[in-house]
Design a binder for this molecule. Structure first.
Ligand SMILES: [Zn+2]
Length: 249
């Protein structure tokens, strides 16, 4: 009896085309009708617009829109979790985590560098993108006094990237910049300010070790490299300048 009723309801709701959803249903933003397009992992009906190819879920199980997950994403990223593990812990999609990390990093402004700082150190960390064929460097400046990063660049060790790290320091009129003996710094850091003492770089060298311990993608002997430069840069920005305990986004 129940089955009969169900099938009756089904036939009543159907329109001429079996794939087209009933009239009560909303239309797409572009104005076209939506059609059924399989189910989500949670078993919810997904719809598709044939004209603009966008998909839509009628009532998503978890609403991961808005800011509600941002704080946790920052916290988990700083604890060294990758994208997929963050997604598993929070119960949201990896693509959502990626989108949110990029959005959070986009809104981060590097700290203002106060004038006349001493003990500034600049160094590079070597890592890879995707696999060991694609080398990349993380170049950043470190304030040993306040234990914080001041500027950051991700890419090759070219003069352009070195300049993007050093120039904000120069405009803040720092007193001295200590680097390693890499030849690329010649011409980028003015001779007056430049020193290359190994002992004076120990603060940033220790910080490099912190980075390698705290961020899974920078571990040695790992296969968990970032898959894109943008993502690596975003995660580093969050790690350096967005401590979840102090600041809520
Ligand atoms: Zn559409």
């Amino acid at each position: 009896m129940k089955k009969l009723l169900k099938s009756k309801i089904k036939t009543q709701n159907r329109t001429s085309c079996s794939r087209v959803v009933d009239e009560k249903r909303k239309r797409c933003k572009c104005g076209d009708f939506l059609i059924f397009n399989g189910k989500t992992n949670y078993g919810k009906q997904r719809f598709l617009c044939r004209r603009c190819k966008t998909t839509k879920v009628a009532e998503p199980s978890i609403s991961s829109y808005g800011m509600q997950f941002n704080k946790q994403i920052i916290q988990l990223t700083n604890e060294g979790l990758g994208i997929r593990s963050t997604a598993r812990v929070l119960g949201i999609a990896p693509s959502t985590v990626i989108r949110k990390i990029l959005a959070i990093a986009d809104g981060i402004v590097p700290p203002r560098i106060s004038n006349g700082l001493e003990r500034i150190q600049v160094d590079e960390v070597h890592t890879f993108i995707q696999n060991k064929d694609r080398e990349i460097y993380i170049i950043y400046s470190w304030d040993q006094e306040l234990k914080r990063a001041l500027s950051l660049a991700v890419g090759t060790r070219s003069k352009v990237n070195l300049r993007s790290v050093v120039n904000p320091l120069l405009s803040a009129e720092v007193v001295s910049i200590n680097t390693d003996k890499y030849s690329g710094y010649k011409g980028v850091v003015p001779k007056k300010l430049h020193t290359t003492f190994k002992r004076r770089n120990n603060g940033i060298e220790r910080q490099n070790l912190n980075l390698r311990i705290h961020l899974k993608r920078l571990n040695r002997r790992t296969i968990c490299f970032s898959k894109s430069k943008e993502m690596l840069e975003a995660v580093l920005k969050i790690y350096f300048w967005c401590k979840s305990s102090k600041k809520t986004v």
